[in-house]
Design a protein around this ligand. Structure first.
Ligand code: ZN
Length: 137
């Protein structure tokens, strides 16, 4: 596969409203989008540092994987998302052929009009890894 950059870091938070002043007032970043991703049961807020985005993830339901992450003591960086140049579907097929555990067998719709898929952290040096590409219109 061909990765072009880190697209974003996913950061799990209990409340976006609670942490936004740190990112905006202390770090001087600007939140430019807030979006709810219903099928992942999260509210997202996006900020940008140069080319890299920060995706704040707040659970909207106790069944959300973010809620479970926080419940199990998880804090802060939740996943790293790489932009894939030659397609998420191709990258998934490559990972599958190499025997990696896939969380998503096929690309699905994520925030920011991106197609995304997650690889299991057991096979990715402990880093929950998201592969993404812009969705085709
Ligand atoms: Zn993400």
């Amino acid at each position: 596969m061909k990765l072009s950059r880190i697209d974003h870091l996913g950061i799990a938070v209990k409340s976006i409203d609670e942490v936004l002043p740190y990112f905006e007032n202390t770090l001087g970043l600007k939140c430019y989008a807030v979006e709810e991703v219903a099928d992942q049961k999260v509210k997202t807020a996006f900020l940008k540092v140069g080319e890299v985005k920060l995706e704040l993830l707040e659970p909207t339901s106790p069944e959300s994987t973010i809620a479970k992450f926080l419940e199990n003591g998880g804090r802060g960086v939740h996943h790293v998302a790489f932009a894939v140049e030659d397609g998420v579907a191709n990258a998934l097929a490559e990972c599958d052929a190499q025997g990696l555990r896939l969380i998503d067998k096929a690309p699905r719709a994520g925030a920011e009009n991106m197609m995304i898929a997650f690889l299991h952290p057991k096979c990715t040096a402990g880093i929950l890894t998201e592969l993404c590409e812009p969705a085709l219109h």
